[in-house]
Design a protein around this ligand. Sequence first.
Ligand SMILES: [Zn+2]
Length: 292
Amino acid sequence: MVKPSLDASTVYEVCTATARPSGVRKALQGLKETVVKAATAYEVAAAQQAQHTLDHLKHQPDGESATKATKAAKAAKGSINEELKKTYVNRMVGGAGRAVYDKLRGSCHGLCALCGHGAADTLDHQLPKDSFPLLSVVPVNLVPACSRCNHQKKEQAPTHAGDQTLHPYFDGDVHDHLWLFARVTGPPKPSVIFYVDPPADMPPAFAARARHHFATLELSGLYNSQIAYELRSLGMSLAKHPLPPAELREHLQETAEIKAAVEGRNSWKAALYQGLVDSAWYVEGGWEEPWK
Ligand SMILES: [Zn+2]
């Protein structure tokens, strides 16, 4: 996925221009260079899969963490960290920066860039704004996401390279490798298990992150909830036009390749169809089982 071309400085200006009262606005505007510097540091780190090295930005500029209990008190006292976070909630999502929010949210064909399946009804902070207030409205830190993935990911901040979900703007190379697979078994009907199995030549950090992504977002459950209709459609289609095993294998292989080309090599559909190709039971008649 192409990273957003919106620049951090302009977006920050737009989001803070209407902040009230004027004292807060001035304080926020005075932080523009700090935010731009943080955005640059973030981009450099993310391009090297090293967001875990950004500890120096944690809880800046106030420099301390706010617990839930102290958040309200800090906000009342005019904590600039709380104002930065409010800049996302009140000034981007619900304010002058809404057009930016909508543009980012629609940037993956309206789909969640984390699971590739749900509707992108929100933006996910790849590094959470609670820990990284300076990155609250930095475009490259904001990824279109479904509420489910946003909730699953929670407020995680990575502690090492493998401790991060995949970043859609910076981790495209992870899909140079095939690491998502599906095992199809039966009878009485196709049972599918999705799993991650990184190849030996995949860089270890990418391999760890692919596993972390799959586990954190509970993608196995999500994908499994999608397969019933897909397999039913396929079964009904094959019932109308049955194919001998060798031809069926060829047909499924071609479908797997099309799904990989259109939806991605590590998409659940590409994995499912490859799993069907590799299932002797399915190809040799298993596809008929539920509808005999
Ligand atoms: Zn999602």
